[in-house]
Design a protein around this ligand. Sequence first.
Ligand code: 9MR
Length: 441
Amino acid sequence: MALGGMVALAGSAEAATTLGAAATAKGRYFGTAVANNRLGETDYVNTLNAEFNSVTPENEMKWDAVEPSRGSFNFAAADRIVNHAKSRSMQVRGHTLVWHSQLPSWVGSLGADELRKAMTTHITEVMTHYKGQIAAWDVVNEAFQDGTSGARRNSPFQDKLGAGYIEEAFKIARSVDPAAKLCYNDYNTDGINAKSTAVYNMVKDFKARGVPIDCVGFQGHFNSNSPVTADFQQNLERFAALGVDVQLTELDIEGSGSEQAANYEKVVKGCLAVSRCTGITVWGVTDKYSWRSSGTPLLFDGNYQKKPAYTAVLDVLNGGTTTPPTSPPPSTQPPTSPPPAGSGSCTASLRTDSSWSGGYNATVTVKAGSAAIGRWTVTLTMPSGQTVVSLWNGVTSTSGNTVTVKNAAHNGSLAAGASTSFGFTANGGSTAPAVTGCSVS
Ligand code: 9MR
């Protein structure tokens, strides 16, 4: 991947002057959604070329654009974007192969057998056309419902092929272009909540059964109703711990001025702190052409002027205000001489981060006593009927209503007085469990 801009020397420190170059220096890409019909506008193209090193066609690779009628493919608009990207050595994210929206009506009217054939043909034709040119594909987009059910969204695919359509799509995709990273992409999954936990459980199941999946896209469409939450980074971490890359795929944050800048800063810092967060894509170059233009959610205003949010993002990427990564490598460095196993003490406390009828997410903070510790074990007594459905940054076992959580490989060693945390999602009630013990055995 080539640089999307110049690297300049600022004073004695080397600071990149464009988003693409700054992200590259951090081992990431910085991309934008691109609309084919804007490629004739000079300011648009100049900004795109100067600042970004990855593009996602905003609409041009969707089913209605590339296969408006069965078996008749039209790649002209998407090709123009891909060719532009290639000519500037930018990478391309493919968006998207299987989605309930922007789906031509002929697809929805097929019976199950024909729909399966049509899905197979669609994935095969589109991925073959772009084989070798796409860094990552959003193979399946937005397959889960909003809200607390954790259920799959109704769509022709879900309703006629069953939930297995998702893994069918990923398997076909792998066979067509084995070099492309295969992503699941969704929105309202940017924090720890019932929907993101449902996606998490699907990805975990895919990894356990060898269903090919390489990455999860978090769209990142934020506004006051859907704010950047404190557990944003933690959510990325729990997915990364499953062994997939994570990417911010459609980032935009409504607002203006320093408040918008602060939100962008949080999100970009969150990505930089997670080593498997491989890149960020904002959902458009300029506020002028945003899908929600009135919310002015992007980094350049309608006159292509850099907004405070732009400066905040560039500064974070340049490391000016960034804290070092916390995961991985481990957030707490092992002490230089490891404490003997079983020595020291710890305490644990639990807080509920969010809850809904029938479940909740919680974080447990584990703190070492006055001596360093090398490992820890926390016990929780669950209210009857509750089960832990996913847990991150710890290793769990259950016996009756006692859940025992031991440290993960990276967070057992704590200096005296230092703390770490693990998180989990429970179903079957929303009453918090009791923390019944913390030991270093
Ligand atoms: O930005 C896209 C807009 O131009 C289209 O009209 C819209 C139609 O569905 O899709 C927008 O992009 C969506 C993306 O493909 C998937 N996630 C949500 C995005 C914003 O709606």
